[in-house]
Each structure stands twice: as structure tokens, then as C-alpha cells.
Design a binder for this molecule. Sequence first.
Ligand SMILES: Cc1cc2nc3c(=O)[nH]c(=O)nc-3n(C[C@H](O)[C@H](O)[C@H](O)COP(=O)(O)O)c2cc1C
Length: 175
Amino acid sequence: MPNIVAFGASSSKNSINRKLAHFAAQQVPNAHINLLDLNDYEMPLYSTDREKEGIPEKAHAFKAALQDSDGIIISFAEHNGAYTTAFKNIFDWISILEKPIWCGKPMFLLSTSTGARGGKTVLELAHLRLSRDMPNIPCFALPSYKETFDEEKGIVEATHLAAFNETLEVFVGQL
Ligand SMILES: Cc1cc2nc3c(=O)[nH]c(=O)nc-3n(C[C@H](O)[C@H](O)[C@H](O)COP(=O)(O)O)c2cc1C
């Protein structure tokens, strides 16, 4: 039974990316899902000065969740073409802990937004950066969330569902 850590890279209470990440984790056969909420990992804004004051326990806790997993699913919210501050802050804090940052686990990177690109800009940014530690990371951007995703059924548009399933298969094959 693979242990899958999944989260939306957003601190929105009703994050659509958290919903997409959860949906993706539910499609992994026989998975045990650890759905994280970034609000549980709110820390001081990273700086080298703050680091000298000590690394927050929440950074270690987040890293421990990654370490305990067999695979990681992240769905990125896009803020001004980049990561949300909530995600970037956690990324910065865990990046000063032991390497590799994402524990060398298989990853599945997603994004969605209500716009036509579905957060593709931040997804490409994340893919470029995270591929340094892990080759062949599958990626999928879901555009026009309001029309393409149903909270009960998941992805409801056939072309996007087929593309999602192709990338999911790659991830499952890497577990
Ligand atoms: C400050 C801010 C910046 C945003 N910038 C973008 C953007 O660059 N591209 C985009 O597609 N959506 C953008 N959005 C819309 C978000 O994609 C939308 O709020 C989405 O719901 C965020 O995902 P979440 O619900 O998982 O937090 C932005 C929203 C905010 C509040």
C-alpha cells in the first residue's frame, strides 16, 4: 500500500489545488493518503537571519511527512506567475535541511486555476526546479477548473481526463 503525501501548494481554505491533489491521490491504486494542509506549516518568513535563530519544528515535521511517504503529489496554485508565498516559504525552510530536498521520492506535479492556462506557468517553474533532483517527473495542468472539475466526480472533461490519466500512469509506475 503506497503512502502518498498530497497537498495543494496554497494556503486558501477552499484551495482548488488541494482538491485536485486529493483527487489525484485517490486515483493511485490502494494508496494510503496523507493530505497535508499548508496552514498547518505556517512559519516565520525565511531569511538567513531567522535561520540563525533556529529552524522551526514545523519544517522538520513537513520534511518527516515527505520522508515517510512513497510518493508526493503537489498541485500548484499560481500567484502572479509563480509559487504562492505559503509554498515558497515551506520550500525555503526545508531546503536548508538534509538533501535531497524532496527526499528522492517519485513526484506528480499538477496545477489548476480558473483561467485558460490552468497555472501552467508555475507548473513549468516547479518542474524545472524539482527536476534537478528527480528526473522524469510527470506534470499535468488542469485549465478552467470551474468547467472541468466536479467536487464529487473529479475531472469531468474527457480530453483533460485522458491526459491526466496518462501522467498518473507514469507516476504510479515510478512508485
Ligand atoms: C494574488 C493572486 C495572484 C494570482 N495570480 C494568478 C496567476 O498568475 N495565474 C493564474 O492562473 N491565476 C492567478 N490567480 C488566481 C488563482 O489561480 C486562483 O485564486 C486559484 O483559486 C488559486 O488556487 P487555490 O484555490 O488552490 O489557492 C491569482 C490569485 C491571487 C489571489
